[in-house]
Design a binder for this molecule. Structure first.
Ligand SMILES: *Cc1c(COP(=O)(O)O)cnc(C)c1O
Length: 419
């Protein structure tokens, strides 16, 4: 930003020039809410309500089982995968929308270890990841290693600087989350993938906080496998199916243990022997959650009205503005910026620590500013350029300032199950 933005009117002026401003009308957000938690559960596209009504009333209610063919239900994981692909630099036929991120990671890791179990890399037994990774990623890697036995194990590193040394002769797979869920730190995907390859390892990426949030180019990075969420920045709805990317280069040898009938070459032949279908379809396992899948499409459609370059430009402008305003307007309070200032290393969220982070976040939510809280002491604010305005940023910071100036938060506030 050139001159500091010092008034609400400055923010309104930025909104007036914002090429994405009109996309906000494609979401239903409640009055009086500034929603800064699209990194955890994206807002509802207006079209989702109409689509839900149609899929439940007409496709299921009236057309019943015919809809597997007539409504395209059976092909939906691949059709949605093709619509999602451009957002992550994937090619057609390389992405399937299916299962959960955890399950897709299990499949991708298993397939990567299988690829590595032959030839010169057959003795490699280690999955390297970060201790700060989202826990389910570590849990799934450990669960798979435990199940495979034969010395497979997970090695946790404590910083990105430790990664080169961890890519030793035992390392089979480098498994990283591109943008950290807690800090908003963004890895250099291309550089780390290159490093992994030079060391003889494969690179598996989790894009949960990247897809729809930052530009991603899996093909240019020459990554090996990737997974990600659709219910965060892609606005697919609560518990919406996740996605998995299997590039052309690995599809023929993509082999995972969840070999259910939806990954079969001809599922309705009902053959007793498993034969994987060619292409991305072999990443599927069983019958898909059609109602949830249908809603994912409503989120993806909105991205087709823009591109990730425009989304990224606004995301950086919003996060720059938020950091700047918090640091200037709340300077007397013990807030610590956790998210990198450097653009290349920043995702689409801003995290600040505060000794009473949970209580402050609870007070913010009570005043209509919805972010969330992650241990330890971290208040997370997600910025979703499709529906967040510059005036929202201004208003959110003013409410934060008011809460902090007046000590208007309850440090004994009880915690909900989901923070
Ligand atoms: C949100 C998130 C998940 C969620 O996994 P699910 O299996 O879909 O619940 C996984 N990994 C990362 C890095 C995440 O941010």
């Amino acid at each position: 930003m050139t001159a500091p933005t010092t008034t609400r009117a400055d923010c309104l002026a930025l909104d007036a020039l914002d090429p994405l401003a009109a996309l906000r009308t494609r979401f239903d957000l409640p009055e009086g809410v500034i929603y800064l938690d699209g990194n955890s559960l994206g807002a509802r596209p207006s079209a989702a309500l109409v689509r839900a009504q149609d899929v439940v009333a007409r496709e299921w209610g009236s057309d019943l089982i015919k809809s597997w063919n007539t409504a395209g239900w059976f092909d939906m994981p691949k059709r949605l995968g093709d619509r999602l692909a451009p957002l992550v630099g994937a090619g057609p036929g390389e992405v399937a929308v299916t299962d959960t991120t955890s399950l897709n990671l299990f499949k991708a890791l298993a397939a990567a270890l299988r690829l590595q179990s032959e030839g010169a890399s057959a003795s490699r037994r280690v999955i390297v990841t970060e201790r700060s990774n989202f826990p389910t990623d570590i849990y799934m890697a450990e669960g798979l290693s435990r199940w495979l036995e034969r010395g497979y194990r997970v090695r946790l590193v404590d910083s990105v600087d430790e990664i080169p040394a961890a890519l030793d002769a035992d390392c089979a797979v480098l498994m990283l989350t591109h943008v950290n869920y807690r800090t908003g730190y963004q890895h250099d995907m291309a550089a780390l993938t290159r490093l992994a390859h030079e060391a003889g390892a494969l690179a598996v990426w989790d894009l949960a906080h990247s897809a729809g949030a930052v530009p991603v180019d899996l093909q240019a990075a020459d990554a090996d496998f990737a997974v990600g969420c659709t219910y965060k920045y892609l606005n697919g709805g609560p518990g919406a199916p996740a996605f998995i990317w299997v590039p052309q280069k690995h599809q023929a040898r993509f082999d995972h243990p969840l070999s259910g009938w939806w990954g079969h070459a001809s599922p309705f032949a009902m053959a007793p022997a498993f034969a994987p279908v060619a292409g991305i379809g072999r990443a599927l396992c069983g019958t898909q959650p059609i109602v949830s899948l249908a809603l994912v499409e409503c989120g993806l459609e909105i991205f087709e009205a823009t591109d990730m370059t425009a989304v990224r430009a606004k995301s950086l402008a919003l996060t720059d503005l938020f950091i700047d305003l918090v640091e200037r307007r709340c300077a007397s309070h013990p807030l610590g910026l956790v998210t990198p200032r450097e653009h290349a290393r920043r995702g689409s969220q801003v995290s600040f620590t505060h000794p009473h982070g949970y209580a402050v976040m609870t007070a913010l939510i009570a005043r209509g500013v919805i972010g969330d809280y992650r241990e330890p002491e971290i208040m997370r604010f997600g910025f979703t350029p499709l529906y967040t305005s510059f005036a929202d940023v201004w208003d959110a910071v003013e409410i934060l300032k008011d809460i902090l100036d007046r000590n208007d938060y309850d440090v004994s506030a009880a915690r909900g199950l989901v923070t």
